[in-house]
Ligand binder design. Structure first.
Ligand code: HEC
Length: 218
């Protein structure tokens, strides 16, 4: 998906600016204005490199979490809890053995590469590029890192706070597989549920977070 050619982009920018101005004037009083902006935006993208326009369709949970005032309404609170339950029910745990560090933890060195990689699922990627987790974009991981995002909490020492016993393994797996199991409106990507990362990649990330030898825990 990418913006259309420069002339088209300029024309659409002007159209969007006009719409935004009319929204300010009317305080976006009508849903029509919001729909018109959504339509203009949708027409500004085209499919590219396997990134298709269905990305522009919000899932029901995205739509709910985008509603102004949703957090305050008790109706949407019930919907949020329902989304969280459904996310939890949809988690696929690692195949085979029951939770134990030997059975579930992959290789933290590979996990570190996945956590520091932001490629995948972008229009600038060659089709078929394996996605990374882009964890560093939102979290601090190893204490030696100097560049990291702060949208999410620091994960430095995560494995010391969450020992890799059965509860630690399961809860962390659920968090990586589908962040909506904990919060329907979480901004953290739903790595397993949306097929962004494979089971093997998730095991490697689990090791990065929980293995005592991982730089996250040293
Ligand atoms: C777009 C930002 C973003 C990205 C990318 C992201 N996260 Fe998160 N993560 C968050 C936020 C925000 C939270 C706080 C809880 C919430 O809102 O869901 C969080 C919470 C967590 C937690 C729970 C922390 C705790 O102390 O309980 C873990 C573990 C975690 N993320 C791991 C990861 C890993 C591993 C990756 C990469 C595979 C990753 N996150 C990628 C935003 C992100």
């Amino acid at each position: 998906m990418r913006f259309v050619e420069p002339q088209g982009r300029a024309r659409r920018c002007r159209a969007l600016a006009g719409l935004a101005l009319s929204c300010l004037v009317t305080a976006c009083a009508t849903r029509n204005a919001a729909d018109a902006i959504a339509t203009e935006l949708a027409q500004s993208f085209e499919a590219q490199s396997g990134v298709m326009l269905d990305r522009l369709q919000q899932s029901p949970d995205q739509a709910l979490c985008s509603e102004p005032g949703a957090a305050a309404s008790s109706a949407s609170l019930a919907q949020r809890r329902a989304i969280e339950r459904a996310a939890r029910d949809g988690v696929r745990f690692p195949s085979g053995a029951p939770p134990s560090p030997q059975a579930w933890l992959g290789d933290w060195r590979r996990g570190e590469r996945i956590a520091q990689s932001g490629v995948g699922l972008q229009t600038s990627d060659r089709p078929g590029t394996e996605a990374g987790g882009n964890c560093y974009g939102c979290h601090r991981l190893a204490p030696t890192e100097i560049a990291y995002g702060t949208l999410g909490p620091s994960l430095t020492g995560y494995g010391l706070r969450h020992p890799p016993d059965e509860a630690g393994l399961r809860d962390t797996w659920i968090r990586l597989f589908d962040s909506h199991a904990f919060d329907a409106c979480s901004v953290m990507p739903r790595f397993g549920a949306r097929g962004i990362l494979s089971e093997e990649q998730l095991r490697d990330l689990l090791a990065l977070l929980l293995d005592p030898q991982s730089p996250v825990n040293r």
